[in-house]
Each structure stands twice: as structure tokens, then as C-alpha cells.
Design a protein around this ligand. Structure first.
Ligand SMILES: NC(=O)C1=CN([C@@H]2O[C@H](COP(=O)(O)OP(=O)(O)OC[C@H]3O[C@@H](n4cnc5c(N)ncnc54)[C@H](O)[C@@H]3O)[C@@H](O)[C@H]2O)C=CC1
Ligand SMILES: Nc1nc(O)c(N)c(N[C@@H]2O[C@H](COP(=O)(O)O)[C@@H](O)[C@H]2O)n1
Length: 221
């Protein structure tokens, strides 16, 4: 699976405020760029923290992007994927509408009744991992379902895990001209953090968009 991480952060590396409210870090040009990355992907993934905070839709919003996607032989929206160890996705979450297939990656800890409710609401459940979602195993299962290219949109816990497990091939980050601050605000890579071996990034290009810049990296190794 080819894995692309994309997110928008402030100059101080925050994805949202300490209240975990979605902020306008980027603007319309960046959302158009995000739409193009989604259109090229077979799946768009977030952690359940993002579902609970933002209730995102994770579909293609611009009609001509859907047309572009059809030209690439991928009709409709990419699948939506949520890492949700204990099946906390609300039954009225936007990702459970019928606009795209939604895979919920859960662990063995997910209660049976929640699994049943979410399956009844239309989600495809994939069990991977004992206590929390085993991302590598979950991504292998998505590959079995025919997904070849996965976009990870956040948040910081999920992005951090994907880097820790060496699953990321590309990183694109929009840096908005703002400071958010706050030691408890989510950052691009939360989790425990690296202490000895740090992911090696190669800067491929820089693009000015809206009132910020997009940094595009490939991940070495
Ligand atoms: N500015 C941006 O581009 C974006 C900002 N956000 C922001 O990020 C915040 C949410 O981020 P987080 O709280 O870090 O939540 P998250 O979206 O990274 O989800 C983390 C949760 O996913 C579940 N999970 C299951 N398996 C996991 C695994 N192997 N590794 C990591 N997590 C796993 C756990 O329950 C964990 O608490 C929100 O405030 C949202 O607004 C989210 C996406 C994009
Ligand atoms: N690219 C970008 N710029 C910002 O300023 C943002 N706040 C975000 N946030 C993420 O965008 C996703 C919204 O998805 P839908 O439009 O509902 O499909 C979601 O993942 C937000 O956290 N992104």
C-alpha cells in the first residue's frame, strides 16, 4: 500500500486548538489540493479522535474532481477508513452516510454490540489488533479489499503511529500563517515521540498557497 499523509498545521505545528475544534488553518486553494489528493487515493483515513472532534465527511466535494477520478478509472468517492479500536464512532457520524464505503478498523476490544450497531449502520468492520488497532495488519486487510493508495488526514495520534510503524511513503503539510499554541493542542505527530531514530524526510518541493506554504516530502527507507 502506498501511504500519503496530508495535514494542515500552524507555524508552531498544531493541527487544532487545545479545545480540539476544527480551525481554518488553510483556505480554498489548499482544500482544492486536498481534494486532488483524495481523488487520487483509494481510501481516506482518520483516527476516531478526528471523527469525534470534527465529524468529517471525507468525500470529494468538487464535482469536477469526481469526473477527474472517473477518468483515472476510480469512479465515485474513495473509501473512508477510521482507526477506531473500541468502536466509538457515533452512529450518526457523517462518515456513515451512503456516499462511500466506510471501513472501521477495530481491535478485539471493540464491544460486540457496538460492532453490530455499526455494521447495521452500513460500516464494513475489520478486526486488526488486540488492544488497539494494528495499523500494518489493518492496512494489509485494506489491500486485500483492493485498496492500493491510502491518504491519512490525521489527527496527530494516528499520524504519529503511522510514522512509528514505518508505513508512510509521502508527507504533505500545509503550514498556515498563524500560531495556535497550547501544550495540549494536537500536533502533527503526537503519541510518545521519537527519541533515537527519527523518520528521515526528503524535501521534494515547496508551493505557496492561500496565505501559507505546502511542504512536500518523501520518507526515506
Ligand atoms: N489540521 C488538520 O489537517 C487536521 C486536524 N485534525 C485535528 O486533530 C484532532 C484529533 O487528533 P487526535 O486527537 O490526535 O486523534 P486521531 O484522529 O489521531 O485519533 C486517535 C485515536 O484513534 C484511535 N486509534 C486506533 N488505533 C490507533 C493507532 N494504531 N494509532 C493511533 N490511534 C489509534 C485511538 O482511539 C486514538 O485515540 C482534532 O482536533 C482534529 O480537528 C484532524 C485531522 C486533520
Ligand atoms: N487541509 C485542511 N485545512 C484545514 O484548515 C483544516 N482545518 C483541515 N482539517 C481537516 O479537514 C478534514 C475535513 O473533512 P471534510 O471536509 O469534512 O470532508 C478533516 O479531516 C479535518 O480535520 N484540513
Amino acid at each position: 500500500m502506498h501511504v500519503v499523509v496530508n495535514a494542515a498545521m500552524s507555524v508552531d505545528g498544531k493541527l487544532a486548538s487545545r479545545r480540539r475544534e476544527q480551525l481554518a488553518i488553510s483556505g480554498p486553494e489548499d482544500f482544492d489540493r486536498v481534494d486532488r489528493i483524495r481523488a487520487a487515493a483509494d481510501g481516506v483515513m482518520v483516527g476516531v479522535g478526528t471523527v469525534l472532534a470534527d465529524d468529517p465527511h471525507l468525500t470529494l466535494d468538487v464535482t469536477d474532481r469526481r469526473v477527474q477520478r472517473q477518468r483515472h478509472g476510480r469512479p465515485g468517492n474513495p473509501a473512508r477508513v477510521v482507526a477506531d479500536s473500541t468502536a466509538r464512532t457515533p452512529l450518526d457520524a457523517r462518515i456513515l452516510d451512503d456516499e462511500a464505503t466506510t471501513y472501521l478498523l477495530v481491535s478485539e476490544q471493540a464491544p460486540e454490540d457496538r460492532r453490530t450497531e455499526l455494521a447495521d449502520a452500513g460500516a464494513e468492520l475489520i478486526v486488526a489488533g488486540d488492544d488497539r488497532v494494528d495499523l500494518a495488519a489493518g492496512i494489509d486487510r485494506l489491500a486485500d479489499e483492493g485498496l492500493e493508495r491510502l491518504m491519512i488526514e490525521g489527527g496527530g495520534e494516528l499520524i504519529s503511529s503511522a510514522f512509528e510503524e514505518g508505513l508512510v511513503d509521502e508527507l504533505s503539510v500545509f503550514v498556515g500563517s498563524m500560531l495556535i499554541g497550547g501544550r495540549d493542542a494536537p500536533t502533527l505527530a503526537d503519541g510518545d515521540g521519537f527519541t533515537e531514530e527519527f523518520p528521515a524526510l526528503t524535501l521534494d518541493d515547496i508551493e505557496q498557497l492561500d496565505d501559507g506554504v505546502v511542504l512536500n516530502y518523501t520518507i526515506d527507507g
